[in-house]
Design a protein around this ligand. Structure first.
Ligand SMILES: Nc1ncnc2c1ncn2[C@@H]1O[C@H](COP(=O)(O)OP(=O)(O)O)[C@@H](O)[C@H]1O
Ligand SMILES: [Mg+2]
Length: 157
């Protein structure tokens, strides 16, 4: 299976969805979140982290640094590229470094559309669409084999 669509009707539903994803993630997972400001990327990330066993008080968008690191069942790197302007060499080096460390952990990237060429092909893409004040369409898709079973399990559960 290479895609799965979820209609979220509340912030709690988005968190719970993230938690189900987090419970099933394996090392080397890269999650690319896209969608307008306030669509729910950080909220979903908090759910994913909860599912990975990260204490929730730790999880907030990295504002002054490129990446926040958390420790749950696996190491988690949380990147928020909202303030990232043009791709500088320094930023590129940093991102590449974190991606190599992701071999033994999980990377979650908000505003992933800003660095398409730096991310691996086999990632879990999550696109948000704001339908109304409390409704979000959340579309998961993947092109490689890594996340096929995860999407099947989300569909079934
Ligand atoms: N169904 C929903 N899913 C996610 N967020 C929702 C939903 N309905 C309302 N919201 C609100 O939208 C906002 C999402 O914020 P946040 O996760 O920080 O967005 P982003 O990181 O994409 O900018 C929160 O204030 C949340 O309460
Ligand atoms: Mg955010």
């Amino acid at each position: 299976m290479d895609s799965y669509e979820f209609l979220s009707k509340s912030p709690a539903a988005t968190s719970a969805l993230g938690e189900r994803v987090g419970e099933r993630l394996e090392t080397g997972s890269v999650i690319a979140l896209t969608g307008e400001l306030g669509c729910g990327k950080t909220l979903l990330t908090r759910g994913v982290c909860a599912g990975l066993g990260v204490p929730l008080r730790q999880v907030n968008s990295p504002t002054f640094v490129l990446v926040n690191e958390y420790r749950g069942r696996l190491p988690v790197f949380h990147m928020d590229l909202y303030r990232l302007g043009t791709e500088s060499d320094v930023v590129e080096l940093g991102i590449t470094d974190y991606l190599s460390r992701t071999e033994s952990g999980v990377m979650i990237v908000e505003w992933a559309e800003k660095i398409p060429s730096l991310l691996p092909d086999d990632l879990l893409k999550v696109e948000f669409e704001v339908l109304s004040a409390r409704q979000r369409r959340i579309k998961f898709s993947t092109s490689g084999g890594r996340f096929g079973r995860l999407l099947e399990e989300l569909q079934r559960s």
